[in-house]
Design a binder for this molecule. Structure first.
Ligand code: AMP
Ligand code: MG
Length: 419
């Protein structure tokens, strides 16, 4: 039988565990885990392969952006003073298009250059008027300006970025805009952290592969699939192992294999205080436990340590718990291992539209649906909040951060994160 009551003192389950910090708050748990970060090497990849990867070095621009003064509009370029008394007529002396290799002829007073967006400014020109505010005569030799010119339609060399400026720092996650910026800065390949290989090992005699015939005592194994999704979402490579039976031998065998093949191990299940909780047992006896149990609900059982030299998180088996613990504990660890890169955690204040259960000792992470279309964000419960109810996570787009003892009635405000 598993003991689901709150133990009042550190249980003496084994030497390693009793020495390790026990039932600690989330921030402390993250700090302890981050003392054993992943050592991710760097690799250089073409921009096409760099989407959502994390820069492993600062990236300085190889050029000024823009590299030369150019027009922000299709229209005419001229000396600004020639447009101060509209309508004014100027002589068209040339046309310049974006990509013209020839340097335009310098222009003098009463002259105008027909110019396209992105074309280099002709020397001497100090203003632009968009084509909609101009009229060209029939033979195309003159232009009448109906308004004063707009000097701000000249995009000045280096106004966005200057050469050698570090526009993207180590740890930047290469979103589509940032990928584009790499190209703007002249980088065709970029240095990024290698993706970590993350082993995912579900444990439990009751687990069956989805879709197979279930016997009455069995359930479908779901955690490894959800955790694999979370690992990939964080930008790393998930290596899912077949579910392991509750025995020291099979667990030892799989942990050894996973430790050799992967940078990080995530187990699910078997980490509580029960007789059949073999992850906890094997880590006590043969691994190195750095902490066990965290003051969060759901998901208080997690363990962190090393198996030989490989960092390992023992996540709870309850499906809602394993998901929540990944988001709150494993995700910050992975971010810290790659200079803060990866999908960010977005926090906000929400007003509870349903009452939710808080906790006296633990940070309560209730699954919520957040409606942001009103005057302020409203948080609705996604239904029964049992730690086995994965549906409550599937429906959620947020988690409450109800601090220990915090009131959580309808109408109360609390911190939350977006999922
Ligand atoms: P445990 O942490 O091993 O005590 O498991 C807690 C609960 O989660 C039990 O009801 C298990 O049957 C269930 N569980 C454990 N592992 C998984 C898994 N991989 N997929 C779905 N449910 C699981
Ligand atoms: Mg189990």
């Amino acid at each position: 039988m598993k003991d689901h009551r709150e133990p009042q003192t550190t249980p003496t389950l084994g030497e390693n565990v009793s020495e390790a910090p026990y039932f600690i708050d989330l921030e402390t748990a993250i700090k302890i885990a981050c003392k054993t970060p992943l050592k991710l090497e760097s690799e250089t990849v073409p921009l096409d392969d760099a989407h959502m990867r994390v820069l492993s070095e600062d990236l300085a621009s190889k050029v000024d952006d823009p590299p030369f003064d150019n027009s922000a509009m299709d229209g005419f370029a001229f000396i600004h003073e020639d447009s101060l008394d509209p309508p004014q007529t100027l002589t068209i002396v040339q046309t310049v298009q974006a990509g013209d290799a020839n340097v335009a002829t310098p222009i003098s007073n009463t002259e105008a250059t027909r110019i396209m967006t992105g074309a280099p400014m002709p020397p001497g020109a100090t203003s632009i008027l968009p084509i909609e505010r101009c009229e060209i005569n029939e033979d195309g030799t003159e232009v009448k300006l109906f308004e004063k010119g707009r000097p701000h339609f000249i995009r000045k060399q280096g106004e966005n970025l200057t050469r050698d400026q570090v526009a993207l720092g180590k740890g930047a996650t290469l979103t589509p805009a940032k990928i584009g910026l790499c190209a703007t800065m002249g980088w065709a390949k970029v240095p990024v952290f290698k993706r970590a290989k993350v082993a995912i090992i579900s444990t439990g005699d009751e687990l069956k592969f989805p879709g197979e015939e279930l016997e009455p005592h069995q359930i479908y194994e779901s955690n490894s699939f959800g955790l694999a999704g979370l690992v990939e979402w964080m930008g790393h490579e998930a290596v899912r192992y077949p579910a392991v039976a509750d025995s020291m031998e099979s667990l030892r065998h799989t942990l050894n294999k996973a430790g050799e093949a992967c940078d990080l191990i995530l187990t699910s299940g078997g980490v509580s205080m029960g007789e059949w909780d073999y992850v906890r047992k094997i880590m006590e006896e043969e691994g190195d436990v750095h902490f066990w149990r965290v003051k969060i609900r759901p998901g208080s059982p997690p363990l962190f340590g090393t198996w030989n030299t490989t960092p390992i998180f023992g996540l709870p088996g309850n499906p809602a718990s394993s998901h929540v613990v990944f988001r709150m504990l494993v995700a910050p660890y992975l971010r810290a291992s790659s200079a803060g890169g990866g999908p960010k955690e977005t926090r906000l204040r929400v007003k509870l539209a349903d009452p939710l259960k808080g906790d006296e000792k633990c940070l309560a992470l209730r699954r919520i649906h957040i409606v942001t279309t009103g005057e302020f964000p409203l948080a609705y419960s996604t239904g029964p909040q049992g730690s086995g109810n994965l549906n409550s996570v599937a429906k959620a787009d947020g988690l409450t951060l109800l601090h220990p003892g915090q009131s959580s009635n309808k109408g109360d405000w609390c911190d939350a994160i977006f999922l």
